[in-house]
Unconditional design. Structure first.
Length: 216
């Protein structure tokens, strides 16, 4: 059973999401919150597997709430609820630690699939979508390599760059002449050594640090 916390300042939105998720036998909505402060409190009380988080809310915005939740609850993944998929706010939420985003007008099957993917730790967004979003809003990458980057092997650094450039596991495997499972192993080691949660954070880290630059 995957547990879900719904966070949105509009009751109608929360009700709609609850109805969608309640129809699935493997998903359970364990709580709701109407602002960021209540979201953080509810997340620590309920420790849900997934939080569906609105961005613009009273008291505390969803970006700040996301940062506080992922910083203290490593087993909880946050998905941003948004009406626009190419916005500065969505980018800021990914930098804060969100594992991806869902559009509020997406079909119900895509919302359900997104929650399940996040709970499994799978990719929610195609790497190319994440890359395009980050290229639009990246802050130019002057920070230098992220902590732990020096621990990566040459091959792990190569895989990190390819992930950041939007390649899927199968595409990376074909380019490096290795198996998909080998690529997955390299990605897992990159995540562990850099202390990152998922592939979305790999893309963010690569662009923010300047390892990969927009347009490359």
């Amino acid at each position: 059973m995957t547990t879900v916390l719904l966070v949105d300042d509009q009751e109608l939105v929360r009700t709609g999401l609850r109805m969608i998720l309640a129809a699935e036998a493997d998903l359970e909505v364990v709580g709701e919150a109407s602002d960021g402060i209540r979201a953080v409190d509810a997340a620590h009380e309920l420790t849900p597997d997934v939080v569906l988080m609105d961005i613009q809310m009273p008291e505390m915005d969803g970006i700040t709430a996301t940062r506080r939740i992922v910083g203290t609850l490593p087993g909880t993944r946050v998905l941003i609820l948004t009406s626009f998929d190419r916005s500065q706010l969505v980018y800021d939420a990914l930098v804060a630690g969100a594992s991806g985003f869902l559009l509020k007008d997406q079909p119900r099957d895509q919302i359900v699939a997104g929650v399940r993917a996040a709970a499994r730790g799978d990719e929610l967004l195609a790497p190319s979508i994440t890359r395009r979003l980050i290229e639009d809003f990246t802050r130019a990458g002057q920070a230098g390599p992220p902590p732990g980057y020096g621990q990566l092997t040459d091959r792990e650094q190569e895989v990190m760059v390819l992930v950041a450039r939007g390649r899927s596991n199968s595409e990376i495997a074909a380019e490096l002449f290795v198996s998909v499972q080998t690529v997955k192993t390299h990605v897992a080691r990159v995540l562990a050594k850099l202390g990152l949660r998922d592939r979305v954070q790999v893309v963010v880290a690569a662009y923010e640090s300047g390892i990969v630059r927009p347009g490359e």
